[in-house]
Design a protein around this ligand. Structure first.
Ligand SMILES: Cc1ncc(COP(=O)(O)O)c(C=O)c1O
Length: 366
């Protein structure tokens, strides 16, 4: 999917004005440009001999051949053309949504979209409107109403409810109305698709999606994120995205960690089947009086309570039985949607999952 004409022109202007930013890798010159004032970045980790610090931002001294190689490798893993690593999913979303949509453009976003996308939208000059959660009808009404360049922001697995959109239908709607679809895959990477490549790649929708955001802080067990798309998108972000430009690059040690975690994911992604088995044990054993939301792709089950005080009391009760579950309260979720969010892991045991369900059942039996 192409960058809009407006954005391509902005990139071309940069070339004409001699202000085009491109990444350079390491050199052998004597360092009078990095921020490594005391030389501390040169400390190395004993186990892998890699430097602790990156010394500067990607556009000054922090870029390396290994970051670029990893970006290409991760893009390949998810069947994307190109990728740009960010220090977190928060800064990836903040940067993307504050940079790509321009004044006069429109952003349509699912009402349950993550705070990092909301904050990016707040910083953007584009107009923005939410559509009802997972509602194809509401989305299509808005796609008909708002013309011009329209971006649509969704998650492949929603972080608080664990459910998923009908991605095939949403991508068809976006194609029909010429809108640019962005999918945040924070909670599907590692869990969806043969090797955890995410929902977009699993459904072969790469050509219908403008960008995806993969985060490394969840199933991959480290931190950071990557925005995947085409080469023009990458070049545009390098040139204009403030949360990419004005921050210290990830260190060699961190890049190596992400690389190792992806290699591990490729080998061990089958572990996700344990999670889905545990989820179904829990669902089979927890009282049907509880209002449960989840989806077939996620490790998350949300138990809706709909009120802060009881949600807190329930979570304290479950914690007193030895299980770490956390209350999700308003305003993190809208009033009336307060819930307990349970995340299942490959290292949880069936016995513990059964006892957890039993503890929930006991709460109302007291
Ligand atoms: C859907 C979603 N997107 C983005 C993020 C932000 O990712 P990170 O924790 O890497 O900043 C999160 C994490 O809370 C998330 O749940």
């Amino acid at each position: 999917m192409e960058l809009s004409k407006k954005l391509k022109e902005k990139l071309e202007n940069r070339i004409e004005n001699n202000s085009y930013r491109s990444l350079k890798t390491e050199n052998e010159l004597i360092d009078f440009s990095s921020n490594d004032y005391l030389g501390f970045s040169k400390n190395i980790f004993r186990e892998n001999k890699l430097k602790i610090g990156s010394t500067g931002s990607r556009l000054i001294t922090g870029n390396t051949a290994s970051i670029e190689a990893l970006e290409q490798e991760i893009a390949r893993y998810h069947n994307a053309k190109s990728g740009l690593i960010f220090n977190s999913g928060y800064t990836a979303n903040l940067g993307f949504f504050s940079t790509l949509p321009q004044r006069g453009d429109v952003i349509l976003y699912d009402e349950y979209i993550h705070a990092s996308i909301r904050d990016g939208i707040r910083l953007s000059n584009a107009k923005s409107y939410s559509f009802s959660h997972n509602s194809l009808t509401d989305l299509e009404e808005k796609l008909i109403k708002y013309t011009g360049i329209v971006y649509v922001a969704i998650e492949s697995v929603y972080s608080m409810t664990g459910d998923s959109p009908d991605l095939v239908s949403i991508s068809n709607l976006c194609e029909k109305h010429n809108a640019l679809l962005i999918v945040d895959e924070a909670h599907s990477v590692g869990l969806v698709g043969e090797k955890g490549e995410g929902l977009v790649a699993k459904l072969n929708l790469e050509n219908k999606v403008f960008a995806t955001v993969m985060t490394f802080g969840k199933a991959l067990g480290c931190h950071g994120a990557i925005v995947l798309g085409n080469d023009d998108l990458r070049a545009y972000l390098i040139n204009f995205c403030r949360s990419f430009i004005y921050t210290t690059a990830p260190s060699p040690h961190h890049i190596n960690t992400i690389d190792q975690q992806y290699k591990r994911l490729e080998k061990e992604s089958h572990q996700k089947t344990i999670i889905f088995e545990l989820k179904s044990i829990f669902r089979g054993e927890v009282s049907t009086d509880f209002i449960i939301t989840t989806g077939k792709y996620s490790a998350i089950i949300s138990i809706k309570i709909g009120e802060n005080t009881i949600t807190k009391r329930l979570s304290r009760f479950i914690q007193s039985k030895g299980f770490d579950v956390r209350p999700i309260l308003s305003p993190t979720v809208p009033k009336g949607k307060e819930c307990i969010r349970i995340c299942f892991h490959s290292y949880n045991s069936k016995k513990d999952v059964r006892s957890l369900a039993k503890s929930f059942n006991q709460f109302y039996e007291k």
